[in-house]
Design a protein around this ligand. Structure first.
Ligand code: HAM
Length: 418
């Protein structure tokens, strides 16, 4: 038997209803906030992520599914959607087409990480990006969208954390302050931190190695080193969030694991998730569009991990339609009528099933049971003769004959009551 690849998983009936519910809510919320769907390929040129996600990230250093295709081109299964969406925005001049491009995308991403609960090698993201607006009001609006999504999914025990990592002007000042503060302690940090100190010192705050923590806890905070413009921007984001009544906690450790962030960064965490507790994360990336060959345009967005949202959603989220109707028929004439009745029930919006094999009534009831039928409609010679069906409510065991045309109204009523 050939099994699925480590870190990938099948989503089967029983769980898939939760995904369908999640995707429906995600689309609804995005559309309400004026975002239009964009679907990009899962495969892109490797250099898109090397430039976009950034050479100094763990993703590009260690986690990409990259290979040379049969035409000799270096290609990558996308590890995140942001560079692809920036590429599509530039390639199709969405700025001209949409004014303020607000887009969302849903699909699989690939990272060669160590699999654990909430962390997979193929996982799925909802990604939201808004281009071209510098005003901090858009930061608050994007965070509001993320917050709304989590609320509409009924996820409890969530926390929004925010930070500002500054811009091209103030970041170097902060990085210098970090290195100065580290001083002689630097060689005592882990190997990853040594590398981060050389490539992107800010990323030291990402370190999870316990022995490093006392040193990291004593380091200065980026929010205290912001230039005038970044400080004003960050103040305004917090003020807007307060106006929107969205609770948040400033967290100086929130530097995010991708190279492109500037100014606002944010995550929503869920207490029920354990170690991999970030439901979603994002921020501003004011230099990325230019870095990828476009004009000097700012951007902000976030991505939510669908596996994690599904894990954090309440037990009863996405339960399928409440009624399951099974039509049991005895005899060839009745089977013909049953086939039409099942079709009409489905047209009327019910989930309806029929026995295909002309088995005994007992076998048909057994199958109805396995399907979780709430109602069985029995069609035999007697029912055929007087234009009725016998309807049995499987939940109460009660049964009664009804005229065939009245079945629909009766089931509608039962559906309303369920
Ligand atoms: P990210 O923090 O790398 O950001 O990923 C966003 C979310 O994707 C995480 O919070 C998590 O829920 C989920 N996620 C990431 N890796 C895995 C994994 N291996 N298994 C399961 N879930 C995972 C980004 O990807 C940025 N592109 C977000 C963004 C958009 N920033 C601006 N615009």
């Amino acid at each position: 038997m050939i099994s699925a690849i480590r870190g990938t998983r099948d989503i089967l009936p029983g769980e898939v209803e939760r995904w369908q519910h999640l995707e429906a809510i995600a689309r609804q919320v995005c559309e309400r906030y004026g975002c239009a769907e964009v679907r990009t390929p899962v495969i892109e040129r490797e250099e898109l992520f090397e430039k976009g996600t950034g050479q100094a990230t763990d993703i590009v250093q260690k986690e990409m599914y990259s290979f040379t295709d049969k035409g000799g081109e270096r290609v990558t299964l996308r590890p995140e959607a942001t560079p692809s969406l920036v590429r599509a925005y530039l390639e199709h001049n969405l700025e001209q087409a949409m004014g303020v491009p607000k887009i969302y995308s849903i699909g699989p991403m690939f990272r060669y990480e160590r699999p654990q609960k909430g962390r997979y090698r193929q996982f799925h993201q909802l990604d939201v990006e808004v281009f071209g607006i510098k005003d901090p009001m858009v930061d608050a609006d994007v965070i509001d969208l993320a917050w709304r999504l989590v609320q509409e999914l009924g996820i409890q025990g969530v926390e929004l954390i925010i930070n500002s990592v500054g811009c091209r002007r103030c970041r170097p000042v902060f990085n210098a302050a970090l290195l100065a503060a580290l001083g002689d302690d630097l060689p005592r940090l882990c190997a990853d931190c040594q590398r981060r100190a050389a490539t992107n010192p800010l990323r030291i705050f990402d370190c999870k190695v316990p022995a490093d923590q006392p040193i990291i806890d004593a380091l200065p905070h980026s929010a205290d080193y912001l230039c005038e413009e970044c400080r004003t921007h960050f103040d305004a984001v917090r003020r807007h969030l307060q106006t929107l009544n969205i609770p948040f906690r400033p967290s100086h450790r929130l530097v995010r694991g991708l190279d492109y962030y500037t100014r606002t960064t944010f995550e929503i965490l869920a207490s029920s998730l354990g170690a991999q507790n970030a439901l979603l994360g994002g921020g501003r990336y004011d230099g990325l569009v230019k870095e990828l060959g476009g004009p000097d345009r700012v951007g902000i967005g976030f991505a939510a991990g669908l596996e994690r949202l599904v894990l954090a959603m309440p037990e009863d989220a996405g339960v399928p339609t409440p009624l399951v109707v099974f039509v049991a028929a005895m005899g060839d004439a009745a089977r013909d009528v049953a086939l039409v009745l099942v079709r009409d029930l489905r047209r009327a919006g019910f989930r309806a099933e029929i026995d295909y094999e002309g088995r005994s009534i007992k076998a048909q009831f057994k199958r109805a049971d396995r399907l979780g039928a709430t109602h069985v409609l029995v069609l035999g010679d007697a029912e055929l003769a007087d234009g009725t069906v016998t309807i049995k409510d499987m939940r109460t065991g009660q049964q009664a004959p009804v005229r065939r045309q009245e079945v629909f109204a009766l089931l509608k009523e039962a559906e309303g009551a369920a």
